[in-house]
Design a protein around this ligand. Sequence first.
Ligand code: ATP
Ligand code: MG
Length: 412
Amino acid sequence: MSVLQPVRGTHDLLPEEACRHRLVEELAFDIARRYGFGEIITPIFEFTEVFSRNLGETTDVVAKEMYTFADRSGESLTLRPEGTAGVARAFISGGLSQHLPLKLFYRGPMFRYERPQKGRLRQFHQLGVELLGVEGPQADVEVIALAAHILQALGLKDDVRLELNSLGDADSRAAYRQALVAYLSGHKDKLSKDSLDRMERNPLRVLDSKDEDDKAVVVGAPRMVDYLNDASRRFFEDVQNGLTAAGVAFSINARLVRGLDYYCHTAFEFTTTALGAQGTVLAGGRYDGLIGQMGGPATPGIGWAAGIERLSMLFGGEPPVRRPLAMIPTGASEAAVALTQRLRHAGFAVELGYSGNMKKRLARANKVNARAAVILGEEEWGRQAVAVRDLDTGVQEEVPLAVLEDHLARFR
Ligand code: ATP
Ligand code: MG
């Protein structure tokens, strides 16, 4: 361990990457706003129970990935591994049930102690949405259409596909669970130790196993869609019809379950083959039981989260570049400082070289891709003017200080 290295699984976002990261976030939020979503910012840590009680104790996240610590008063706190539980907690503690339906967008860091690899970090970032208070499948359609819209706006339409499944209501899941356990019991010898344990406590988790032997068993498992009762099947059909009406293409993946326990009915993932093993870019589902289970008023919900690092890797767009002006003093530097500040306050981006002769400063102006140089020559200054050189054409003109901003406007 070296304290001068970033902690394993964390990384620094240097300006170019940070810019791309923010661009992805802003683009997503801009579209979410068109669907009526407002931002919620919750703390990055919560009481440990917010996660341990609600995400499911046999899930990977709770069983082995949480950053949990005792604070100085001995309270057990956990750095949030995902966004939904915190939003649900905020909904309850803020008494927001008067304001349904509620459409919330969030973004920020998440923390999971997993094995770091490309696209898998210990501190990563997600953006996501939650739509609370709508029981019907319209909500599912709306949030999935929003997800598809965002991915399309990021230019990822052809790289990602939407997989959809239904976990049904509680009755359907109970029936399916029975069938699944019966099937898995016949293949005990081929299941991993983890899955044998899951089979007892939470058999649906076995479907989500990443173990190759487990996956081979899962291929032959009964399909959840065959165990949906009438109401659940109708719900699932309505979601599919709605998506078709919204112009969102999807395929059914009968093995799709989500990594957390609070889901029911709709479960979905947008996946890509462009990122190697970490193929899921955005995932979500319906969680009607969560808020009630946490002790709040029974409130249906549906949402999704996307990994911003994964989105950024796929996103080909370039952040818009804003070419600055270069201020090049040849004499008194105070005059250059004053003029630089005047232009910055007027809205221009201005690079003021810190040292060097005219030649060096012009080289630096080129390096920062400056659009034009403002040159403070002694002679011009005596006439209350500066020289402005268009760095693309090389054309230079003398410009009176009194009209400098107007003249520079075209270089903004
Ligand atoms: P996976 O199957 O890849 O482990 P997950 O089911 O744990 O994903 P979710 O909890 O659904 O993931 O999180 C939603 C999204 O957040 C993922 O699709 C992914 O884009 C991103 N994500 C999850 N964990 C990480 C991580 N450790 N590093 C980077 N991004 C992540
Ligand atoms: Mg995971």
